[in-house]
Design a protein around this ligand. Structure first.
Ligand code: NAD
Length: 312
């Protein structure tokens, strides 16, 4: 039988987003400068740094890589925080691979944090506060790159309904997110629920529902434990399945996925087996290229948020 599933590659989505980013860059009339900090020997981090360098430069941004001793990293970040020539800062993790990495994250100024991991930005996100300068609402808050990349993918795939008001465009959608890490899965579940979806967040400990309630009456999402629920309950009713389990052992059981669901993998390994194409309407096998474009988008936003006199 012919398989009708449409496989959508990250490169195509990234290309579409880059058109927007390039147009916005032209309006800025200067070149935003991103500074990267690499303080480990992790080959994946090195690859990410090389990849950032390539993408930023290719699209008219400036990138400087600092290879630093990890004991000097915090001080270097503090210098960059107050350096007028720096628009954005990215640190390549893991550095210590302990809780100390969070201290580094907290050191990056929220006005230069392209990754969107500063405590104030994270707190805005969970509370559904979308602007930094309320009530003027001209400066949008910065969102974490990978969760935002997945949101942009869902917009590209027309899962967001533009007939509905901004902030409610996922109303009626049911989405399963397999991964509840602090950097991707939990913020993603919160963002999707804040936009109106009913989200089932799955991790090794069980299932939680993130939702703004019937009629989206709540201003921000609430979380409840789904006692007795497993993947079977979630997947049988989900329009979208997003999976990001690390390691090559984990596979989402295809037979549990709803016929015609949209399936997105953000793990570095393949969380879906090839037969997903016999079930899904759309399959996005990887998202990395989109994440990098979001990094540029965040950089551009940070650069435009800076007061004019600050950069002269
Ligand atoms: P993590 O280890 O912090 O979190 C893994 C999550 O998966 C946890 O919530 C865990 O409970 C859950 N999990 C593990 N086994 C499970 C199982 N059998 N069933 C259900 N849930 C299970 O990892 P992370 O930092 O969130 O990264 C996850 C993956 O995403 C990695 O492969 C990473 O490389 C990738 N990643 C990709 C991008 C990108 O832009 N493409 C960005 C960040 C991370």
């Amino acid at each position: 039988p012919t398989v009708s599933c449409k496989v959508v590659l990250a490169s195509a989505i990234a290309k579409a987003l880059l058109v927007e980013v390039t147009a916005d860059l032209q309006k800025l009339h200067r070149i935003p400068r991103l500074h990267g900090y690499l303080a480990n020997k992790d080959p994946a981090a090195r690859m990410y740094a090389d990849w950032t360098a390539k993408t930023t430069r290719e699209h008219g941004f400036e990138f400087t890589l600092h290879e630093v001793d990890r004991e000097d990293l915090e001080d270097q970040v503090r210098v960059a925080n107050t350096d007028g020539d720096v628009d954005g800062i990215i640190v390549y993790y893991p550095v210590f691979d302990t809780r100390r990495d969070q201290t580094i994250q907290w050191t990056v100024s929220m006005f230069k944090d392209v990754e969107g991991l500063s405590p104030q930005l994270i707190s805005n996100m969970y509370q559904n506060i979308r602007y930094l300068d309320s009530p003027n609402n001209t400066q949008k808050s910065i969102l974490p790159c990978t969760p935002l990349a997945i949101i942009k993918i869902l917009e590209y795939l027309h899962m967001y309904n533009p007939i509905l008001d901004y902030g409610r465009r996922l109303h009626g959608r049911r989405i399963t997110v397999i991964n509840r890490s602090e950097v991707v899965g939990r913020p993603l579940a919160a963002l999707l629920a804040n936009d109106g979806a009913e989200v089932y967040s799955v991790d090794v400990t069980g299932v939680q529902e993130f939702s703004r309630g019937s009629g989206l009456t709540k201003q921000k999402h609430e979380v409840r434990e789904m006692e007795g629920w497993g993947l079977e309950q979630c997947l049988s009713i989900s329009d979208v399945v997003i999976s990001g389990v690390p390691g090559d052992k984990y596979k989402v059981p295809t037979h549990l996925i709803r016929e015609g669901a949209v399936c997105i993998n953000f793990s570095s390994e393949k969380n879906f087996t090839p037969d997903v194409k016999e079930r899904a309407s759309i399959y996005v096998p990887a998202i990395g290229k989109v994440t990098i474009v979001i990094l540029l988008r965040n950089l551009l936003r940070l650069a435009s948020n800076r007061p004019e006199n600050d950069i002269l």
